[in-house]
Design a protein around this ligand. Structure first.
Ligand SMILES: [Zn+2]
Length: 222
């Protein structure tokens, strides 16, 4: 039977690590260790995004395509929805992964901020400005732990010089586990899933799938 977990389908073995945020059970112990280490150093590792299902990612994708969610330019400003389907697809891809190919499907990847540095009532946006601003010390701490091999298996994935996804300092992945999850990822399976899905821009996504994979998917299989 095809393993559908890498595509955000099927029934992953999840635990609720923080209220409302689920991760793969296999990473919970290491994530707790990283969180404890952060705490001992004055930081509060707070999750802003964790496991996400195919359906959830598809809903984000479709709402952006239909103009029900705002589209942002690559500099982060609100942009007009392109009429051309291919342009629209690339505009969505600037900030959102293809359904079935988001690393958040794996349950091994999370977006994190420093809860102790977050002003009361502040709504986290997950932007480079925050990483370099209020959460800079926390990210410097994470970087130093990763560089020293003391980050319990966690690394950044969306770093400059890989594919076309913008760098995301807040996104960390438990690589030993995600590598196992991605071992049998197949573009043909993903194509089959799309063919059976109500997905906006489906025609152009299917037509460009190998190229999209080279730019937005495979560079981040690390
Ligand atoms: Zn993320």
């Amino acid at each position: 039977m095809t393993d559908l977990l890498p595509y955000g389908l099927g029934s992953p073995d999840l635990v609720e690590f923080q209220p409302g945020y689920f991760v793969d059970r296999a990473i919970a112990k290491d994530l707790q260790a990283l969180s404890n280490d952060a705490k001992m150093n004055g930081f509060g590792l707070r999750i802003e995004s964790a496991y996400r299902s195919f359906e959830k990612q598809l809903s984000i994708w479709n709402r952006k395509a239909r103009g029900e969610l705002p589209l942002l330019s690559d500099t982060g400003e609100l942009m007009e929805r392109p009429k051309d389907e291919e342009e629209l697809m690339y505009a969505i891809l600037t900030w959102s992964a293809l359904p079935g190919a988001s690393r958040h499907h794996l349950g091994t990847d999370i977006d994190v901020v420093d809860g102790t540095a977050c002003p009361e009532g502040y709504e986290v946006q997950l932007t480079p400005a925050e990483c370099n601003g209020m959460f800079a010390e926390f990210h410097a701490f994470l970087t130093s732990r990763m560089d020293a091999g003391l980050s319990f298996g966690f690394s950044r994935v969306f770093v400059p010089g890989r594919g076309k996804i913008r760098p995301e300092g807040w996104h960390i992945a438990h690589l030993p586990t995600s590598r196992k999850r991605l071992e049998h990822f197949s573009l043909d399976v993903l194509r089959g899933i799309y063919e059976q899905s109500e997905m906006e821009c489906k025609r152009v996504v299917l037509a460009r799938l190998p190229k999209l994979a080279e730019e937005y998917i495979y560079p981040y299989f690390v």
